[in-house]
Design a protein around this ligand. Structure first.
Ligand code: DX5
Ligand code: ZN
Length: 219
């Protein structure tokens, strides 16, 4: 079931040229990106290490778009307030990495950002059922987190459909975000299933023409 919200495109800067990060962000803004997706990895929750608070602060300084941080870190409860203070508009934590999920979502909201929960490919949508009202967005991983450029896992489609049905049945304006392997072939599938925020790293930054790449995902 398609979302009633307009689809937002969120390029993941993981695939950008980090040596020219400011320019890259200005380029995706000019190309029509709605959201800047920032992948924070700690080398523990996922087998990769990326960026943290100082880079989020720097990104906030160069964009007026929504800054969306995806925390792939353990002990996320100890960090969420600082990530909001660093300038995130949206902030999501993995259900697999947090013990007191509802409390963490409330911490994010109290700090002034829109909270989200991320589900790994193996995690059932029931894991978020009792906090759905506390979420601005649910981020469905369509690859195992840690790296860009992986192949889309089709099981994400059923999860997106079920979450959209649940949100509609409960009258929630939930954003459903999908992350991993999104390209012009998989984008129509996830939009039809009910996703309305599409994260894409390689499909945007790997393209010569960012505007055409973003338009192709929006459909
Ligand atoms: C993976 C990250 C993704 C990644 C997506 O752990 O969460 O945001 O950058 O990259 P692509 O679009 O290349 O699959
Ligand atoms: Zn991500």
């Amino acid at each position: 079931m398609r979302s009633r919200n307009p689809v937002l495109i969120a390029p993941s800067i993981l695939a950008s040229d980090f040596a020219r990060l400011g320019e890259e962000i200005r380029a995706i803004e000019a190309a029509g990106a709605d959201v800047v997706h920032v992948d924070v990895m700690d080398g523990h929750f996922v087998p990769n290490l990326t960026i943290g608070l100082p880079v989020v602060r720097a990104i906030r300084g160069v964009t007026t778009r929504v800054v969306d941080a995806h925390l792939m870190i353990t002990n996320a409860d100890q960090y969420v307030t600082r990530y909001v203070e660093a300038g995130c508009d949206w902030l999501s934590v993995h259900v697999e990495a947090v013990t007191h999920l509802q409390r963490v979502l409330q911490q994010i909201r109290d700090a002034g950002a829109e909270p989200g929960v991320v589900l790994n490919p193996h995690t059932h949508e029931d894991a978020v059922d009792y906090v759905l009202e506390d979420c601005h967005h649910v981020l469905v991983m369509s690859v195992n987190p840690g790296f860009g450029g992986q192949r889309f896992l089709p099981s994400a489609l059923r999860k997106i459909e079920r979450l959209r049905e649940r949100a509609v049945a409960r009258g929630l304006e939930l954003r459903i975000e999908v992350d991993g392997g999104i390209d012009p072939d998989t984008a129509p599938l996830v939009r039809e299933a009910g996703a309305d925020v599409l994260v894409a790293g390689s499909a945007v930054f790997g393209a010569g023409d960012y505007a055409a790449a973003i338009a192709a995902l929006r459909g």
